[in-house]
Design a protein around this ligand. Sequence first.
Ligand SMILES: Cc1cc2nc3c(=O)[nH]c(=O)nc-3n(C[C@H](O)[C@H](O)[C@H](O)COP(=O)(O)OP(=O)(O)OC[C@H]3O[C@@H](n4cnc5c(N)ncnc54)[C@H](O)[C@@H]3O)c2cc1C
Ligand SMILES: Cc1cc2nc3c(=O)[nH]c(=O)nc-3n(C[C@H](O)[C@H](O)[C@H](O)COP(=O)(O)O)c2cc1C
Length: 659
Amino acid sequence: MEFQYILLAPVVLLVGIVIYFLKSKLESKQNQQTQQVIRSEEKKIQCQDQLIPISIYFGSQQGTAARFAKQLSEEGKEHGFITTEIDLNEVEFENEMKKGKVGIFCMATHGEGDPTDNAKKFISWLQEPQPSIIGFQFAVFGLGNRQYEHYNKIGKLTNNLLESQKGVRCYQYGEGDANSTLEDDFIDWKKDLWNELKISLKDLIDQAKNCQVQQEVQENPESTNDNTNTGSTFKLVVSNNEELNFDQALQGQYDFQTKQFLKAKYCQVVSISQLRQNQKDGSTLQIIFDTGREGIEYKTAMNLGVYPENDDQQILEIANYLGENLDTVYSLELLQQNNRAKLPFPSPLNVRKILKHFVDFNGQLMKNTLTKLSKISSNDEQLKNKLIQLTTEEGKAGFQDLVDNMKTTIFQLIKENNIKLNLAQFIELCPRISPRLFTIASSNLKNPQYVEIADSLLIDTLPNGTEKLGLCSQYFLNIQKKLLEGECVRVRVDFRESSFKLPDDPNKSIIMVGPGTGIAPFIGFLQEREIFLQNQPQRQNEYILYFGCKHQDGDFIYKDQLREFERSKTIDRFYTAFSRDQEQKCYVQDLLKRNSEELYNQILNDKVVIYICGSTNMGNSVQNLIKEILRKNGNWTEHEAEEKIQSMEKQKLLIKELW
Ligand SMILES: Cc1cc2nc3c(=O)[nH]c(=O)nc-3n(C[C@H](O)[C@H](O)[C@H](O)COP(=O)(O)OP(=O)(O)OC[C@H]3O[C@@H](n4cnc5c(N)ncnc54)[C@H](O)[C@@H]3O)c2cc1C
Ligand SMILES: Cc1cc2nc3c(=O)[nH]c(=O)nc-3n(C[C@H](O)[C@H](O)[C@H](O)COP(=O)(O)O)c2cc1C
């Protein structure tokens, strides 16, 4: 027995040595592999740092700037850049806007020369000294509208502040006018963008190229170089899961407008009725929402954002065309491994809801949509050429006819040209639905439970005589029918701050200029004054109202309520201009002009706050008239009058809400 042990001992020793040797070899190999992985990861990180990602930041209120940013992002990828469109509200400025980084900004101007809500933080940050910006490479495109006094103020400001803080502009500043040529201005501006960036960012690109080549040789010798990018961020997958409730959807992963939609709330519609005496010249609806039931609080003269839904009949037609069943439930999956990629809507959701809430297939066609459609129909050479031609200089008149006269929608274009596409492509092609804003026409003090708006329906008459209603106009008319049938209807809404607030100083008089639906905020102001006078009958100030419409027995909205305010002296002075009730046209400006001497003295002594609400044309004429009164009645120079207007705006003595 002992002899056996003596014989076995060397064998055991030998086996032990072999095991030890094998184990240490294995460990060494594993170590080597780990080291390789670490080195490769380090390399990747190093490489990613050297690649040139371009961030396309956007400041957008109603989605156009976000759309332009998305378009730039898609084009940038086609040019070999790593581009991502980014909501300015989601940015850590110091980390992202610094030397070695590149950012393109699409910046809309809103309010009266103000930043959009999602760009407010950024603009305040930029107005302070920011050392990180030194060496940050940037380019800016501004979105504005020449009808507004402060044309493209925010685009210009962004460009100037980045430059004055020693950022490096790598492409010229550009801006566009939403009143006429916005998309063409954008196309013109970006014509040389990518080629110029390839030159101005050459050093960074060369570094990135070297890095990529090494990476491919070391890690992927059989690389097929297949990095075709379709630009799509998601795919649709049929799902057996239950549909998602919007109120439970996570915030953050969705694109700009969808995020706003998810933050909004459902509110029940109490009633919809006609505000005009007759509908010869149009239709204005009084729409009342029950906010109390939802526990929503609001303030007088805020803006209400309404998220309109597409029409059921149209939804059915589109689903049929795309070969989809309205009840099929889809889930969305992100295709891009990019933590900033966004989904167009939450899921799982059925086709009906996807088309109802998230796909704007009625809005104005854009050239970019035609370009995308031409790619989808690339098998049909003739159609492809026709679509491309419409986007060129020669096709300009044809495109204008399609948009301005025919008001052609994306779906009409697809159907008329028999273009075959699937649901995902259709979603990708269409923008998201933008909320429509309305100035609240009720006071929270008088009606804490209800919110009221006055909606002047937008109806275009097409060359063939048929009428095309605006999306939200159609939506409210559909709801009106449902209410008449006894249905309970809820609308998704949100509330936004407005610059219309009554003066803190109770001794200040106010002049309210609000023709048409511009009267809305003043209904709220007057309801508030009614309550105030009940508690404190002694008057310290004057409420003066200027209202205008076409006919006093046609479109004089809130006629009875306003006459009652006049009778009860809630309005101290009430001036009305009925433009077509007599031969000589008469507008609110004409009435103001008649009172120019009084107005001049009130302005001179900073005794009044002037509020103007309604169309941009009317607002501009009223402001020009004020300037003229300053010049004529006080012998002010043009420059002095202009400066006074600006100082009144700054001191909130002249406040406008124009659309
Ligand atoms: C701050 C603010 C306050 C407002 N307050 C009020 C208010 O109190 N009351 C009020 O009535 N309105 C108000 N508005 C305007 C309102 O928000 C809407 O713009 C208006 O009601 C029209 O909405 P819609 O969806 O019916 O029309 P949309 O469908 O949005 O149509 C808008 C325009 O686009 C054009 N268009 C639409 N589709 C096409 C197409 N396929 N091709 C070419 N052109 C097309 C239309 O001709 C029209 O000129 C306000 C706007 C703002 C910004
Ligand atoms: C209520 C309102 C106020 C606006 N104010 C201005 C302005 O002061 N200056 C300007 O140049 N454009 C102004 N615009 C025009 C917008 O900048 C323009 O329509 C832009 O395309 C909107 O981009 P968005 O859809 O991304 O918000 C205003 C538009 C609206 C609806």
